[in-house]
Design a protein around this ligand. Structure first.
Ligand code: TYM
Length: 384
């Protein structure tokens, strides 16, 4: 008897037999069973290949808002650049998103859109493992073990917590505990997959360092368990700045609509924002972050999207004025956005997002289960 109440043909007379039963080489087989076996074998094989062939890269972008060109530069672009060199895990950290209030409907939608953007930007759905954090329960489980490994002192030094909690205080809002402990969940995200490298923008470097410290502390106490990860920060584009306040980083949650270029901005919106970007006093287009943060930011954006070095960008704008710089930055960004948005629309219309996420979830669960099981035995949880 099959679990669904039907009977296999080779058990005798088939009753309630679905169309997927087939006869091959003289045997009557259930195609669903074969599919399940093949999938298991594929997962095992991919896991073995992953262990022996390539080091692992892992990163994620929160679905807490629409992604910006900053997120592209610090996060997605690096994945696209390195995806052939590493076994790549790219996930959607939806559990991180609720460290600040979220609209549940919007969050569901944004999760799928973030994946659509990964794919539209050129992340290969076949070569990489793309999944949603909350669909792999071991993230929260390992996070608890690591919470009991971390110290209050080191957590209180997290600059992003200080900045975000100040923002909440200014708005006279309570500060959620999740905002304080979220770098530990991030460490769990990384250590669960024994990632060797973690590409991020400059703002996440301190969090990757925490993951390193926690891995080392756990390994010293219980024996080698976790790979100690390295941050991978791009040399250009690690901190794309707010167009209106260049002393700050560009952010997807900034309330000033002129401050950030979103990956979904129309050509008109993006151009307008770039043309009204804050520049600096004086003249001359050259890179000097301390004295010319606005101009340096525009030069950085130009060099990332044009695919050239900062010195080459400086040479290109040698005798230019700020207005010329802005026009050319707008040109290169708008043509990137137009192409990206076409691909994004196509991606969202196809069924590829869900197919990719299902495959990614199955694979991620397998790795996560293995690592978590090892860690929970070492700390003494449950039965041996
Ligand atoms: P998030 O969602 O704030 O940002 C996603 C990625 O974009 C980078 N980034 C930037 N890079 C350059 N310029 C900017 N203005 C800019 N703004 C953001 C971020 O550095 C990041 O690489 N905690 C993480 C998400 C996360 C994660 C992880 C990342 C959760 N678990 C494990 C790596 C590994 C975050 O909030 O990123």
């Amino acid at each position: 008897m099959r679990a669904d109440g039907g009977v296999f043909k080779n058990d005798g007379a088939a009753t309630n037999a679905p169309a997927c039963e087939a006869a091959e080489n003289g045997y009557n087989v259930n195609v669903d069973v074969w599919r399940a076996v093949a999938k298991r074998l594929e997962l095992d094989l991919r896991s073995e290949i992953g262990k022996t062939m390539k080091k692992r890269l892992l990163t994620g972008l929160q679905p807490s808002g629409v992604l910006t060109i900053g997120n592209y530069c610090g996060g997605i672009k690096q994945v696209v650049n390195y995806q052939n060199d590493y076994e790549t895990f790219l996930f959607v950290p939806d559990m991180h998103a609720i460290t600040v209030p979220q609209d549940p409907e919007l969050l569901h939608r944004r999760i799928r859109e973030v994946v659509g953007m990964y794919l539209a930007c050129g992340v290969s759905p076949d070569e990489n493992h793309i999944y949603i954090q909350s669909e792999v329960p071991q993230h929260a489980n390992l996070s608890w073990i690591l919470e009991c490994t971390a110290y209050m002192g080191e957590m209180s030094r997290m600059t992003q917590f200080k900045a975000k909690s100040e923002e909440q205080e200014k708005k006279k809002k309570e500060i959620g505990c999740g905002l304080f402990t979220y770098p530990i969940l991030m460490a769990a995200d990384i250590l669960l997959y024994n990632a060797h490298v973690v590409p991020t923008g400059a703002d996440q470097k301190q969090h990757v360092e925490l993951a390193r410290n926690l891995a080392q502390r756990f390994n010293a106490k219980y024996g080698e368990t976790f790979v100690v990860p390295e941050p991978l920060i791009p040399t250009v584009g690690a901190k794309i700045r707010d167009l209106q306040a260049p002393e700050k980083k560009m952010s997807k949650s900034c309330e000033n609509p002129k401050a950030s270029i979103f990956l979904t901005d129309t050509e008109k919106e993006a151009r307008k924002k770039i043309m009204s970007a804050v520049t600096d006093s004086g003249e001359g287009v050259y890179f000097d972050e301390a004295n010319k943060p606005g101009v340096s930011n525009l030069l950085t954006i130009y060099s990332v999207f044009k695919g050239i070095t900062i010195p080459d960008a400086e040479k290109h704008f040698e005798n230019a004025r700020y207005g010329d710089l802005k026009k050319e930055v707008a040109e290169v960004v708008c043509s990137f956005l137009a192409e990206l948005q076409d691909k994004f629309a196509e991606t969202m219309k196809s069924g590829i997002v869900d197919e990719t996420l299902d495959r990614g979830r199955d694979y991620a669960r397998q790795i996560a289960e293995e690592t978590y099981d090892k860690a929970r035995r070492l700390v003494g949880f449950g039965r041996v």
